[in-house]
Design a protein around this ligand. Structure first.
Ligand code: NDP
Length: 444
């Protein structure tokens, strides 16, 4: 739940997503439980959970199992009792649209780990595959649709959110169709393949008074969030450089990622976007200008339509720069380093689903000290999906709404223009904040 005090950067643009003023932590938790149907007594009990934890009990609402604490709560990490999970009937239901790699390998397994979310329907062009998946995840056969019968989701009251996991150029169509039938939308990155499509998606959801969130999972990933907090707390001093790279060797030349009409571009919108979005959300800054190049190896059948590689340098106010590279033709390598006048923080690997590592360097007692932070792995997709569910339950604006995807798309179009013209291209600052309030770490 977004209950941290809102900074100017966190104040919310006016849109169909009405954003209540951020209440205090306990209050937000109580309201969430109330709206989630857990009952007033249980909700009030849960609102004092922090106190109860300190007193030695892990969870306090009527639906939670109470466990005594065996570790010293003053010195040991809090036990991870999943509190307050919602009973299945109270969870926000998702229709997963497009059953490809991301849906099967990440999203559906992550839904099993969610606290507030569940899979309620599947949409696929391959009914045999969809029925197999439906059996695995307990989805009713009558809740399996194809692209032609998509609008029948309107009659399925178990579905509140449509999760669009299709090739990039189809995101607009299915977001607009979902909004028209009254469903909220969680849409995979990149948001779309043009600024016009991004705007049309925002407009459609606004007109239908439905929420639109772009699935920027890294913005819900704990290590990335720690670095953003270091920046907010000025631990690195004035920021100087961000250096990032994201690469992987693509195979099959016939896949949609190498088809311009379906993908919108090559390495840039698929993996370069991680570098671009990371520098924006970690620093909370917006670039003014970009200079870029794109590249393609000669005679490589994979890159007839899209770029293999992209390099771009973003200039920000006060001399801060971001130098980013992405490649579809290099061995997997993903990292970033943020350098400030008084320290640096890096993730290597960065951007992946798991195995992430965070190190930072500072001067300590006159010595260059490097620290590696190790924290329990948490499923980024589950956190991201549960954030959307909490926004639906509380009628709040998502942390990564359509405006966030639109700004990235504007910058990607400037990157391509710079590569085409060989000139630096100015980038207009967004006229209002592109992100909603910060998610709350306790309930997400
Ligand atoms: P896949 O190719 O593995 O799956 C896409 C699915 O879309 C297909 O399996 C198919 O599902 C459906 N589809 C409908 N029309 C088409 C079409 N014309 N061509 C191909 N597929 C079609 O892609 P991914 O799952 O890897 O990617 C889907 C989206 O998720 C993309 O936008 C991508 O950028 C994003 N993504 C995000 C990641 C993240 O970490 N956030 C990581 C990977 C991808 P069916 O057979 O069921 O109809």
């Amino acid at each position: 739940m977004p209950v941290e005090p809102s900074s100017p950067a966190d104040s919310v643009p006016s849109s169909a997503d009405s954003t209540p003023a951020d209440p205090p932590r306990g209050e937000a938790r109580r309201r969430f439980l109330q709206r989630s149907g857990l009952g007033i007594a249980a909700a009030l009990a849960a609102s004092s959970a922090a106190t109860v934890h300190a007193a030695g009990v892990a969870a306090a609402d009527a639906n939670a199992v109470k466990l005594s604490l065996i570790q010293d709560p003053n010195t040991e990490q809090k036990e991870q009792t999943p509190d307050p999970n919602l009973p299945p009937d109270d969870r926000v239901g998702y229709a997963i649209v497009g059953l490809g790699r991301l849906s099967l390998n990440q999203i559906l397994p992550a839904l099993s780990q969610c606290k507030y979310s569940k899979v309620a329907a599947l949409v696929s062009g391959d009914r045999a595959k969809a029925l197999k998946i439906a059996r695995q995840y307990g989805v009713r056969e009558s809740a399996v649709y194809d692209y032609q019968s998509f609008e029948q989701l309107a009659n399925n009251s178990d579905v509140q959110v449509v999760y669009v996991v299709l090739p990039n150029s189809l995101h607009r169509e299915y977001t607009v169709r979902a909004a028209k039938i009254g469903k909220h939308v969680l849409c995979e990155k990149p948001m779309a393949t043009s600024v016009a499509d991004c705007q049309a998606m925002i407009d459609a959801c606004r007109q239908a008074n439905r929420k639109l969130m772009i699935a920027y999972r890294s913005q819900y990933e704990p290590m990335d969030r720690m670095i953003a907090k270091m920046v907010k707390d000025n631990q690195l001093g004035p920021l100087r450089e961000f250096i990032a790279s994201n690469s992987q060797n693509v195979g099959d030349p016939t896949q949609w990622r190498l088809n311009k009409a379906l993908a919108g571009g090559g390495a840039l919108p698929d993996i370069g976007l991680y570098c671009l979005n990371a520098v924006r959300f970690i620093t909370g800054r917006e670039p003014d200008q970009v200079i870029a190049t794109v590249s393609r190896p000669d005679n490589d059948p994979r890159f007839r339509e899209v770029e293999a590689g992209v390099h771009f340098i973003l200039s920000f106010p006060e001399g801060f720069t971001a130098t980013c590279a992405a490649s579809y033709a290099s061995h997997e390598s993903r990292f970033f380093r943020l350098q400030g006048a008084q320290g640096w923080a890096e993730m290597d690997p960065a951007f992946g689903y798991n195995g992430l590592r965070l190190r930072h360097g500072l001067l300590v007692d006159g010595k260059n000290a490097v620290t590696e932070l190790q924290i329990d792995p948490q499923d980024q997709f589950a956190r991201e999906i549960d954030h959307m569910s909490s926004c639906v339950k509380r009628d709040a604006m998502p942390h990564t709404p359509g405006e966030e995807g639109l700004q990235d798309q504007r910058i990607m179009e400037a990157i391509y223009e710079s590569a085409r013209t060989g000139r630096a291209v100015p980038i207009a600052r967004p006229t209002s904040p592109t992100r909603g309030p910060e998610p709350d770490e306790e309930t997400f």
